[in-house]
Design a protein around this ligand. Structure first.
Ligand code: ADP
Ligand code: ASP
Ligand code: MG
Length: 605
């Protein structure tokens, strides 16, 4: 007999008829010989309706009262679904988060789950009952026992956390589309169903995943090895499997808080190439990486930070043994690029090429960094405390990578292992022997970000640490951090620019932080741009497939879209573009990787 956790989203329980359909399906699962725990969301758009009501009464309702209000939505659906089950002769009992014992932090509106007390659910299951649990909500520890919510879309997280705590055989996220699609079907109607995707890929697609699957649900699935499936609430089709490599068992205590970082990785086999002062216009990255791809050279990190006047710097890393080829290619491009610049900017300098073999790439990796700004800040402050200067930074949802001087590598690893309490030996990154999947499995668009930059930050240990620690202390999550190659002398000091993106809602607060730091550091300028969009392509296969980045850049160039910033991880390439070209960029990249299908997937209104 298997134990299955099934979660039904708002649309799936949006009417009496749909609740009855769900009841029928749950009962069929029981009759097939399984024990079932069902997690449900509030009916239809109930939660949105409640938010609207609150806003009619107060422009800034307290978070506590919002939790009291929003948690009621799920209480309606658990009762109705349980009645529908009982009506069919199926023994069932409903439970709120508090009744189950879903214990969270005492932090309203974004609480993380600390542990789930499973005794009561287990007892009910043993009695042959279906347990219907309210998603999205929990309760803080005694003595306060405050009702909390997990953040919008959080029922997925309730379901996967229950599956992990109950050691369920499967967690099925049942929703209104057939599974996880190659991109958002509401933006790109030719999006197609994926049969499977790894948790790491899904996390890197967080901005896409945020809709169909709450990223924290994926983090829990990855960390606890939960078998996770996303499928339609209305058909028997298998949907999409979200897979995780098997890993060491970890404690269920501190479920969503313990060990956000589970590996320190390093690579001393990379060399860095940078082209400085290339024109800021469409097609440049495509040209450079097109040449690199022609020669089948595999690039690892690619970083393009914020433009300076009409110019950009593009830096990338390759394996040391192909450095001569890579620098040769880049050198060949210089006359072309030089000729291409318009020649009337007053900042114009000759295009320059630099390379460096004395670097190491050091990364922290793990599921649990999303929405936890303190994690990257801790990496930077650990390096600062060890006196290590950070040359380049590129971040993604599951990784923060820094390049440093190679002689600092051992010290850095030791410091990071102790800071993140990791005692197994650090992993030397190796590409998988067999290509485990397509180069690009899915693409995503995030239109909710703002881009900020602090120019000419002194190039010395501790600067990134200070900046990102202050942002973390203010609770501002930074999405993409880019520190590129460009170095400028200012008042006799070497300086670098640091650029990053945050949610638009946090842009003003972040601007204030930067302004204050600019004065302190003697930096020249703070830049804020909210009219941006981030397009990302994700796939494990890109680790072994040269030319993936080039293809993405070419697709954007063909649509005449200028790339404002680039950051990569091993399995993801993200480009910042102007907001008004976001959807076009998404479509272009989706098509370029052959993800568009001929049949449109039906998406309910
Ligand atoms: P539920 O109420 O079941 O939790 P959600 O509305 O939260 O459902 O998520 C499902 C919706 O996510 C789909 O209707 C679809 O519009 C949207 N979506 C966005 N991106 C994707 C994607 N890549 N794959 C599938 N659905 C997506
Ligand atoms: N009802 C909540 C929301 O609308 C939680 C969920 O649906 O997952 O965000
Ligand atoms: Mg949802």
């Amino acid at each position: 007999m298997a134990l299955i956790v099934q979660k039904y989203g708002g649309t799936s329980v949006g009417s009496v008829e749909r609740i009855q359909t769900v009841a029928e399906r749950v009962q069929a699962t029981v009759q097939a010989g399984n024990s079932v725990v069902v997690v449900v969301s509030a009916m239809g758009k109930t939660t949105d309706g409640l938010v609207k009501l609150a806003n009619e009464i107060s422009s800034q309702p307290s978070r506590r009262e919002m939790d009291m209000l929003l948690s009621t939505g799920e209480q309606v659906s658990i009762a109705l679904l349980t009645m529908a089950l009982q009506e069919r002769g199926q023994a069932a009992v409903s439970m709120t988060g508090a009744q189950v014992g879903i214990v969270t932090e005492a932090r309203h509106s974004h609480a993380r789950i600390l542990r789930i007390e499973t005794e009561r659910v287990k007892r009910a299951l043993e009695q042959g009952q279906v347990v219907v649990v309210a998603g999205f909500q929990g309760i803080s520890d005694a003595p306060d026992l405050e009702i909390t919510t997990l953040g919008r879309g959080g029922s997925d997280t309730s379901a996967v956390a229950l599956a992990a705590s109950l050691q369920a055989d499967t967690c099925e996220i049942c929703t209104d589309v057939p599974g996880i699609l190659t991109t958002d079907p509401r933006l790109v109607p030719s999006a197609q169903l994926m049969t499977d995707i790894t948790c790491d890929e899904m996390l890197e697609l967080a901005s896409l995943g945020a809709k169909v699957l709450h990223p924290r649900a994926v983090e829990i699935a990855r960390n606890y090895g939960v078998t996770l499936v996303v499928r339609s609430s209305w058909t028997e089709e298998p949907g999409t499997r979200v897979t995780a490599p098997s890993r060491l068992p970890r404690t269920l205590d501190g479920l969503e808080l313990a060990h956000p970082v589970d590996a320190i990785e390093f690579d001393t086999d990379q060399a860095k190439v940078a082209l400085l002062g290339v024109p800021d216009r469409p097609g440049i990255a495509a040209q450079l990486f097109g040449k690199v791809a022609e020669q089948q050279l595999n690039v690892d990190l690619i970083i393009q930070s914020i433009n300076e006047g009409n110019f950009n710097d593009i830096a990338f890393t390759v394996e040391k043994n192909v450095l001569p080829q890579a620098t040769g290619l880049a050198a060949d491009l210089i006359p072309v690029l030089q000729g291409a610049s318009d020649g009337n900017g007053d900042m114009e300098e000759p295009v320059a090429l630099v390379s460096d073999t004395q670097i190491a790439k050091v990364s922290i990796a793990g599921a649990g960094m999303i929405g936890r700004p303190g994690v990257a800040a801790k990496m930077f402050s650990t390096l600062a405390a060890a006196g290590v200067n950070i040359q380049m930074i590129a971040t993604s949802e599951v990784k923060v990578s820094c390049t440093i001087a190679v002689e600092d590598c051992d010290r850095t690893i030791a410091a990071l292992c102790s800071a993140f309490e990791l005692h197994q030996s650090p992993a030397r990154l190796e590409a998988p022997a067999l290509s485990p999947g397509p180069a690009v499995r899915g693409v995503a668009l995030d239109r909710n970000q703002a881009r900020l930059a602090l120019r000419q930050v002194p190039d010395q240990p501790g600067m990134a640490a200070k900046l990102f620690q202050i942002l973390a202390d203010r609770g501002i999550s930074v999405d993409m951090i880019i520190q590129a190659q460009r170095c400028r002398k200012r008042n006799g000091l070497q300086t670098r620019d640091i650029a990053f993106t945050v949610a638009q809602a946090d842009a003003d607060m972040a601007r204030g932080v930067l302004q204050a730091l600019a004065n302190e550091f003697g930096s020249s300028e703070v830049i804020v741009d909210t009219a941006i969009a981030k397009v990302s392509a994700v796939g494990i296969g890109m680790m072994t497939e040269p030319g993936t980045a080039a293809k993405m850049f070419q697709a954007l160039a063909d649509s005449n879209i200028n790339i404002q910033m680039i950051a990569t991880s091993e399995i993801k390439i993200s480009c910042v573009v102007a907001e008004d070209s976001g959807i076009e960029a998404l479509k272009a990249v989706h098509t370029a990787f052959g993800l568009a299908g001929s049949q449109e997937i039906e998406v309910p209104a």
